[in-house]
Design a protein around this ligand. Structure first.
Ligand code: BES
Ligand code: MN
Ligand code: ZN
Length: 504
């Protein structure tokens, strides 16, 4: 799909379809008013007939426009209900409107369309955000994962270009929005594709191959792969313990993106949990929905997607992304409850549950990245079911001892509408991780599980500024709509866009 900006008014457009806003109580947008007067009130008469109430997300496709609106050159007009004219739309309502409009458009035989939906009013959001959210919503609605279906869906897929009308005053902003949104949408798609990939194909080696591919695609990227022998030399014994039950060896990919005007600039480090399957190990998970544990690499998938977007945008930053690939299975050689592991930073951990494996992989990855002397480190992980209990599926959990970093991430989440909510991290939680036999236990009891997981990680992040995103509830959807969401790619790219903005 191609997206462009146009400055031609509706009557001059020769497109296959115009997307035009209509409001409740038969109110027309200014483009609709213009078309209405060009056609001696044809649109008003349609609304009088009552076929379109203008409610949010309602659509009415007018075909064969030349017959009824002789002064309009476009072939079709899609009237799009946008609610009450005086109301400001929420971001979510706007995204719903765009999705519905796109679905109606895709069902027609139009190859091209021009959107005049920039006329609606969005709470506190100008032209930039309307284009940005529209492109993201269209790509979201279009996404399908059919790599493993022998018959692809028979969508006609004739639609090829969507143009967004922009006033000249907004041209710079809308052009930038288009650039940002396409990169973010590409990153989200890349993240979804790897995350949806089945665990017999997407194993730790597969993640490493994707990481190496990035270096081929971008001149700014170099990728290094750390294998199990190197992990052993580095004393990454917690990470290795988790991997021991699997026949698929662990690989940790280090994706080094360098494009800061000052090559010495400290990097922003992103670390993604990459459990390509988490059966729980000896502390085996129940059978129901265990297939969804292929998504336990959602952190790595999103970090990978972020790097795709960053490379496409050529952001003037230094960024290092780590995909901590691993598989957690029960086996005769698997690690056990009761085992005591010596982590890379020297702290010992008593394993009380082999299903709390993410923090064991991450603690060594987080120690490893100290060598980059990072400006900040952000880890992204489908870490705890407890986070889903706490926040549901709409907000990722955000934990950080650093208020400034926490605020920057919360702000980016709000801007990008890829929501995150901060959880507290105070000393008391640390006490839940006491072990009778080692420095730390790998679980902290029943209460506040998302936080005790964060508290566990905080023992390994003392030498830099750090934040943790628990995406257990947000990385994928279950049930009829089962599939990866590509979250939190938009949040993280927004954070990096803000960083690039403030630094230069
Ligand atoms: N990958 C899971 C977390 C998870 C569970 C994400 C369900 C999404 C849905 C993680 O490795 C895990 O198993 N965590 C345990 C921790 C517990 C043993 C302290 C959990 O949340 O149950
Ligand atoms: Mn687990
Ligand atoms: Zn897990």
């Amino acid at each position: 799909m191609e997206f462009t900006i146009t400055q031609l008014a509706a009557d001059k457009q020769t497109s296959d379809c115009l997307l035009v806003a209509i409001y409740e109580e038969k109110q027309l947008s200014s483009t609709a008013t213009q078309l209405d007067s060009l056609s001696n009130g044809h649109l008003s008469r349609l609304l009088d007939e009552g076929d379109l109430e203008g409610k949010i997300g309602q659509t009415l496709m007018l075909h064969n426009v030349a017959n009824h609106l002789p002064n309009v050159q476009a072939k079709r007009i899609l009237l799009v209900g946008c609610g009450k004219k005086q109301d400001e739309l929420s971001e979510r309502q706007y995204q719903q409107i765009v999705s519905k409009a796109f679905t109606a458009l895709a069902a027609s035989n139009a190859q091209s369309a021009v959107s005049f939906l920039n006329e609606v009013t969005l709470k506190q959001r100008g032209a930039y955000w309307k284009v940005r959210f529209a492109i993201e919503a269209v790509q979201q609605a279009r996404y399908q994962f059919e790599q493993f279906k022998s018959k692809k869906s028979d969508n006609r897929r004739v639609l090829q270009t969507i143009e967004f009308y922009s006033e000249s005053d907004d041209l710079a902003k809308t052009t930038q929005a288009l650039r940002h949104a396409t990169a973010i949408a590409d990153g989200v798609k890349a993240a979804k594709d790897v995350a949806n990939c089945p665990p017999n194909v997407c194993n730790p080696a597969y993640l490493a191959e994707r990481a190496q591919e990035l270096a081929v695609q971008s001149d700014f990227i170099n990728t290094t792969i750390i294998d199990e022998a190197q992990m052993a030399e580095l004393n990454m014994n917690a990470y290795l313990a988790v991997s021991r039950g699997s026949q698929n060896p662990a690989f940790m990919s280090v994706i080094d993106y360098k494009n800061h005007p000052n090559p010495q600039a400290k990097p922003i480090v992103l670390v993604g949990k990459g459990l390509t399957f988490d059966a729980g190990g000896i502390s085996l998970k129940p059978a129901a929905e265990m297939d969804e544990m292929k998504y336990d690499m959602g952190g790595a998938a999103s970090v990978y997607g972020v790097m795709k977007a960053v490379a496409e945008l050529k952001l003037p930053l230094n960024i290092i992304a780590v995909l901590a690939g691993c598989e957690n299975l029960p086996d005769g050689n698997a690690y056990r409850p009761g085992d005591i592991l010596t982590t890379m930073n020297g702290l010992t951990v008593e394993v009380l549950n082999t299903d709390a494996e993410g923090r064991l992989v991450l603690c060594d990855a987080l120690t490893y990245v100290e060598r980059f002397e990072p400006e900040v480190v952000i880890d992204v992980a489908t870490l705890t079911g407890a986070c889903v209990v706490a926040l549901g599926q709409h907000n990722s959990g955000l934990i950080s001892p650093d208020d400034q970093l926490a605020q920057q991430l919360a702000h980016a989440a709000q801007q990008a509408q890829d929501k995150a909510w901060r959880l507290p991290l105070s000393e008391e939680y640390q006490e839940q991780l006491k072990s009778n036999f080692a420095d730390l236990a790998n679980i902290g009891g029943r209460w506040g599980g998302a936080i005790t997981a964060g508290a566990f990680l905080s023992n390994f992040t003392k030498n830099y500024t750090w934040a943790h995103l628990d995406i257990a509830g947000t990385a994928w959807k279950s049930g009829a709509e089962k599939g990866a969401t590509g979250r939190p790619v938009a949040l993280l790219v927004q954070y990096l866009l803000n960083k690039a903005d403030s630094a230069h």
